[in-house]
Design a binder for this molecule. Sequence first.
Ligand SMILES: NC(=O)c1ccc[n+]([C@@H]2O[C@H](COP(=O)([O-])OP(=O)(O)OC[C@H]3O[C@@H](n4cnc5c(N)ncnc54)[C@H](OP(=O)(O)O)[C@@H]3O)[C@@H](O)[C@H]2O)c1
Length: 286
Amino acid sequence: MQFDFPYLYKTLIVPNFVLKISNMEQQFSFNNELSGKIALVTGGTKGTGKAIAERLLNAGATVIATARNIPEENSNIHFIAADLTTPKGTKTLVNEVREKFKTVDIIVNNLGGSETPGGGYEALTEEDWVKTIELNLLAPVRLDRELLPDMIKRKSGVIIHIASIQGKLPLYDSTLPYAAAKAGLINYSKALSNEVSPKGIRVLTVSPGWIMTDSSTQMVERIAKSSGSGTEKAKESIMNALGGIPMGRPAEPKEIAELVGFLVSPRAAYLTGTEYIIDGGTIPTI
Ligand SMILES: NC(=O)c1ccc[n+]([C@@H]2O[C@H](COP(=O)([O-])OP(=O)(O)OC[C@H]3O[C@@H](n4cnc5c(N)ncnc54)[C@H](OP(=O)(O)O)[C@@H]3O)[C@@H](O)[C@H]2O)c1
């Protein structure tokens, strides 16, 4: 049998080579797709925010993480300290961002959480409500209001709001104010998108289910200790309280970060005004 080398070369070797090069180019551009962009991640020193900050850094962005306490590890992520539950804290952050970086292309409003006690509406004080709404709703509203005028001037920018499935699936025992604040955030995010998308700014919401952050690990350990069960049983009890997670496990922070990494990239150029639920199937309805 004779090999037709010119034919083989044309049909197999050259296309494979071109395919390899184009895959490499694709890989290359994915890895650097945020090069030249400045991204600000609130609550960017722990849990989900830390994973998001690292993901954006890996995609080539200059990343600023903000939180109240300086992170222990040194990294290439810039850090600015501010308490974002007050207008003064937001001003401190914005002034330092302007001074050091001039402008921001991507805002990831990741900061949020709940520290209210169990026991339903009766157990909640005025302070519980105000603190939770400041942290989950007013902090992103204030930050967007400060940074949007510059984005509008440049006709470009992406804003992500990290909400929660509790915006749609409220749990009343211990997170009533949190669920209400996240529902407000989802609504605000949509309305803001309607207003500023025609001006070149994309606004999106990411609503995670349970995420296995360090604080989740600590919560599991606390439940395991107080109930005398193992950590697996404690995890199961949390999943049961959510009505079960079809994927059988909470999300890893990096899985949320991957979605955010896509949404802020040029690959998501036509996406705005939408909410992305990432919950392993937890919400049981369409
Ligand atoms: N974890 C989950 O299961 C889950 C589920 C659904 C949605 N989410 C949402 O995902 C987002 C991230 O949650 P997470 O659990 O990953 O957070 P986390 O691990 O508790 O980290 C919170 C971050 O925010 C900072 N922070 C807290 N209070 C602050 C304040 N007043 N001012 C400025 N920074 C502050 C913290 O640093 P300092 O303490 O140093 O300030 C830290 O960097 C939140 O919006 C949360 O609602 C989480």
